[in-house]
Design a protein around this ligand. Structure first.
Ligand code: B12
Length: 286
């Protein structure tokens, strides 16, 4: 089998000799395939996917059940997981030591090797959570947390250059009034951008009246308001309810709890930001 690089499902299926229906089922049920997205939002399959399919077929030929074969096929791909774990350890050490050059180098290598989503999921978000835990326990200072979040934010912002360009649907992204945690919203925007969406990013601490004005003038397909603290959303319940009557509005982030969104009868983007970005992209039919 040749080593396909970034192929759409039909061509990939031909190369690996497995039907598209079966490949989709293996992807959905067992996470066997890990496609990246083209700028137009298509799933693209590469060499590592082909290798996992080959291992899956070997497992099936040896009489394993599909679930067992998939587990074995995914487990054998651990070298890259190991590299990411190593990168995570180096990243945290760089944060502890205010070592900017190493932090940038780890991100350079990781983005090049693993791509945006894997780096967000396996490296950047866990590192932020770990920084939060160690900060809470007093093992890291506010200085290290600020050092890390400023560099990571700048790094993600640099990937956002020209994310407003193109012909895709528009997403308007803002944090609730008083809310400073905007890195996850930025990450959400980058994943949505990888589906071909255009992003208008207002970032931290945005008054609801401002969100409303911008939504009025730019007519986004969705507006996403993020918060880490439910109180910041609750405090704006009346203007938010009014806004939601006029535009497709979603609350998100750890502050957009199920209880709050049900009580305010507002739509919620729940869970993992990467999955939420995929769902948003597909929901609006891009
Ligand atoms: C970096 C950071 C900051 C930076 C933010 C920089 C920036 N521009 O974003 C700064 C320094 C500004 C900051 C300030 C504060 N922070 Co802070 N901060 C953090 C830290 C370390 C990381 C935040 C982050 O990006 N997390 C990313 C991931 C790890 O969070 P997550 O919840 O797992 O995210 C998942 C889902 O929730 C979801 N999700 C999250 N956001 C979004 C957005 C969208 C659109 C979607 C769809 C999904 C989604 O997807 C993620 C997984 O895929 C966290 C620690 C932590 N565990 O998060 C504390 C943390 C959030 N901060 C905290 C606190 C207390 C504060 C301050 C009040 C501190 C102070 N006394 O000043 C202020 C509040 C500022 C304000 N007014 O908003 C607490 C919150 C406690 C609580 N439950 O209320 C935390 C948890 C730290 C702690 N352990 O105590 N902080």
């Amino acid at each position: 089998m040749s080593a396909p690089e970034a192929l759409r499902i039909g061509e990939f299926a031909r190369r690996v000799g497995v039907s598209t229906a079966l490949l989709r089922a293996w992807e959905r049920r067992y996470g066997l395939l890990r496609p990246v997205r083209s700028p137009g939002g298509f799933r693209l399959y590469g060499t590592e996917d082909a290798e996992r399919v080959a291992r899956m077929r070997r497992g099936l030929a040896q009489g394993l059940s599909a679930a067992q074969a998939a587990r074995a096929a995914v487990a054998e791909a651990r070298p890259s997981a190991g590299l990411l774990e190593d990168a995570a350890a180096r990243l945290l050490q760089a944060i502890r030591e205010y070592d900017e050059a190493t932090l940038q180098a780890v991100l350079d290598e990781s983005f090049a090797a693993f791509g945006l989503e894997a780096v967000l999921r396996e490296l950047i978000l866990p590192a932020l959570a770990q920084v939060g835990r160690e900060w809470e326990q007093g093992a890291l200072g506010i200085s290290q947390e600020h050092f890390a979040s400023n560099l990571i934010r700048a790094r993600l912002m640099s990937l956002a250059r020209l994310w407003g360009r193109g012909g895709g649907p528009v997403a308007l992204l803002a944090c609730a009034p008083g809310e400073q945690h905007d890195i996850t919203l930025l990450a959400f925007g980058l994943v949505l951008r990888s589906h071909g969406w255009r992003i208008i990013f207002l970032g931290a601490d945005t008054p609801i009246a401002t969100v409303s004005e911008v939504a009025e003038s730019t007519q986004p397909a969705v507006t996403v308001l993020a918060s880490f603290d439910p109180a910041r959303l609750d405090a704006e319940s009346a203007p938010l309810r009014r806004l939601a009557k006029r535009i497709p509005l979603f609350l998100s982030g750890p502050g957009a709890t199920e209880e709050l969104c049900e009580r305010l009868r507002l739509q919620r983007l729940d869970g993992d930001l990467i999955e939420a970005a995929h769902d948003t992209a597909h929901g609006a039919g891009s």
